[in-house]
Design a protein around this ligand. Structure first.
Ligand code: SF4
Length: 388
């Protein structure tokens, strides 16, 4: 069983989970690959995820089966690729996870699957697994469950009743790009539709049959940089999903070629692009920016060298803002001010005026970054100039 799990968890680092991109825990001296049942040869990569509340959690990330009948061009599990495959039956997977959880090796589960026998059948197997974990073993912790392409409405609803978080990976920002990445998936019917259903269920149905009395959030993932899609395409789709489908998070995974796939000779995407896309998507998710305010160049891409908020401020915040009077909306647009910093400023300025950068710094705020764009009690803050 250890070997099966080893096969099913390999390459799962490609699937993000949690508030931060998930890191497989690779080294015994940091947090340790954990040998299961003491078998040193069978190392199971335990991943650490950071949840929206900041809590870190060790999670088992696994497939139910690594067999797949689809042929997505970027994927190590694609049909026909020469690799050892493995499959767990729902009860085996449930028992394995519960054993690891009881041994305190993991605190949560991220479960996905290759597609075998169609999306609907595969989703049923995932649901059977989580049903066993929740109802037979009475597990009350974190489960992130994938929704397979082409799942039915009732399956989306059941998944939402059992999971703490659900994900449906769009992979591409639109139909044309998806055809270039994953020719056997259909963008609207198989991928977008379940996300729309999830939001309709959240809005229109009572969560009283969910395992914890709350509907789970939805996340999605895009593969970035394999087929020439622009940042504008990716962010336009993400922004629409944040607005219309209460998406909690869009993940951007910089493409990295996999041996023996049709994309094996394509160059890997620059990881800075992934970083800039995250920064931009947070600007319209959390900071009140509109898509049209993003600093796209003529090709529809963000600058790689500059934080998009800073690039925006350099062309739009030409008149410095008085920190002691600026509205919350205005403060959120100042580079260096995150969500917590803005709340701190709003709270503290009721007690005392901010007069210099030191007043901000002693509250842990990145004041130097904000300095060119602000006034403190009517004055531009004195800054230490860079020596070079
Ligand atoms: S459906 Fe999923 S597992 Fe199968 S080839 Fe595509 S991305 Fe890979």
């Amino acid at each position: 069983m250890d070997e099966t799990l080893s096969l099913l968890t390999s390459d799962m680092h490609l699937e993000p989970d949690g508030e931060n991109t998930c890191n497989p825990i690779l080294n015994g001296k940091t947090l340790g690959n954990v040998p299961l049942n003491g078998a040193q040869s069978d190392f199971i990569p335990i991943s650490e995820v950071v949840l929206p509340n900041g809590k870190k959690m060790k999670v088992l990330k696994s497939l139910l089966t690594s067999a797949c009948e689809r042929n997505c061009y970027y994927c190590p599990f694609r049909a026909g690729r020469d690799m050892r495959r493995a499959t767990f039956q729902p009860e085996q997977m449930a028992q394995t996870f519960m054993a690891m959880q009881k041994a305190k090796l993991v605190e949560g589960l991220f479960l996905s699957s290759g597609i075998a026998g169609g999306g609907i059948r595969t989703q049923d197997k995932l649901l059977d697994t989580v049903d066993i974990i929740r109802n037979k073993y009475q597990y009350k912790g974190y489960i992130h469950l994938k929704i397979m392409p082409g799942s039915e409405h009732a399956q989306v609803e059941r998944t939402m009743q059992l999971a703490s978080r659900i994900s449906i990976n769009l992979e591409a920002p639109n139909t044309a790009r998806l055809e270039q990445l994953a020719p056997k998936k259909t963008f609207t019917e198989e991928l977008l539709q379940p996300l729309i259903w999830a939001e309709e269920i959240r809005r229109n149905q009572s969560p009283h049959q969910t395992w914890n009395g709350r509907w789970p959030s939805s996340v999605t993932q895009f593969v970035v940089g394999a087929v020439g899609e622009t940042d504008l395409e990716l962010l336009a789709t993400s922004e629409k999903l944040y607005r219309q489908s209460s998406l909690q998070r869009a993940y951007f995974s910089a493409f990295s070629p996999v041996r023996d796939t049709p994309f094996e000779n394509l160059p890997a995407e620059d990881p800075r692009r992934e970083h800039r896309l995250y920064q931009a998507s947070f600007l319209f998710r959390d900071y009140g920016f509109g898509l049209e305010e993003m600093p796209f160049d003529d090709t529809g891409n963000l600058p790689r060298e500059t934080d998009p908020k800073l690039a925006w401020a350099r062309t739009h915040l030409l008149t410095p803002l008085e920190i002691n009077r600026a509205t919350r909306t205005e403060l959120l647009k100042i580079p260096g001010f995150g969500l917590k910093a803005v709340e701190t400023i709003l709270r503290q300025r009721r007690l005392n005026k901010f007069r210099d950068l030191g007043d901000l710094k002693k509250l842990g705020i990145l004041a130097d970054r904000a300095a060119p764009f602000i006034l403190l009690d009517g004055h531009s803050p004195a800054r230490q100039l860079a020596l070079f």
